[in-house]
Design a protein. Structure first.
Length: 279
């Protein structure tokens, strides 16, 4: 039974192999030497799978029949082809997934770029609108400032004119007051000069009249004194003179030398008058 199953499996595998590919010739196996077959398969352009098949030792191959070794070789070859196809299928699927992923990333990048451009355009339009509004506000503020400056200047000019007018009026008024004051001072000085001249004239007239009259008056008695001697006064006030107005000590000290000088001058004048009277 095992032999029949193995034969049936070998026939099935051989038919499958014939369907997949046509095998031309089979390689002769050297029972004394070991052969190695290396196959390189690229996996995703980076990975390389190395599949090695080692021949059976000459001692082991001697125990098997020639037909059975050919069946095993066919099975190994079909398995290798199946694995290779699977690897190629996986690589293809992987490439397709990578291509889809790249396409998705490119589409995403394109959408992001488009969205970024849209946002930049919106921001630019907003910036332009804001700048226009700022320019309008700046012009409005500038116009208001100019209008305010113009009004202030007009008011200053009016105030300046009013101040100039007021200063002129004040200057004329002060000039008139000074002129009136000067005229009043001149009038007062003239009146005082006239009064002084009048008093001097009256004094001179009285003195001349006294001189004329004194010649005829009798001279005072000498009280038995010679001309170079002095007559004593008939009465001396025992109480010294006291001022009614209070005087400070400093003023009293300042006035004391003056009073002494005046008293000395009065005594000298009285002596001269007495001597003149005796003569």
């Amino acid at each position: 039974m095992p032999l029949e199953q193995s034969i049936s499996q070998s026939t099935i595998s051989s038919t499958r192999m014939e369907r997949r590919c046509k095998i031309g010739t089979l390689m002769n196996i050297d029972q004394n030497k070991a052969t190695k077959q290396e196959k390189h398969v690229a996996l995703d352009d980076r990975q390389v799978a190395r599949i090695s098949t080692t021949s059976v030792d000459s001692n082991v191959s001697d125990h098997h029949q020639p037909g059975k070794s050919d069946l095993g070789k066919r099975i190994d070859h079909s398995e290798w082809i199946r694995r290779k196809q699977e690897i190629a299928q996986r690589a293809k699927e992987k490439e397709e997934r990578a291509a889809k992923r790249r396409q998705a990333e490119e589409e995403k990048a394109a959408r992001e770029k488009e969205e970024k451009m849209r946002l930049e355009k919106e921001n630019f339009l907003k910036w332009v609108k804001r700048k226009r509004q700022q320019e309008l506000d700046r012009r409005a503020v500038l116009e208001n400032e100019l209008e305010l400056q113009r009004r202030v200047k007009e008011l200053e000019n009016k105030l300046a004119d009013a101040n100039i007018q007021y200063l002129r009026q004040w200057f004329h008024r002060k000039q008139a007051e000074q002129k009136a004051r000067r005229k009043e001072q001149e009038t007062r000085q003239k009146k005082m000069d006239e009064e002084r001249e009048k008093r001097l004239e009256q004094s001179a007239k009285a003195y001349e009249k006294w001189r004329e009259n004194s010649k005829n008056k009798p001279k005072p008695a000498t009280q038995g004194l010679l001309p170079h001697q002095k007559a004593k006064p008939a009465y001396i006030n025992p109480i010294p003179w006291q001022s009614i107005v209070e005087i400070d000590s400093d003023e009293a000290q300042e006035n004391t030398p003056c009073e002494k000088k005046e008293n000395i001058n009065q005594l000298k004048m009285s002596d001269r008058k007495t001597i003149a009277a005796h003569q």
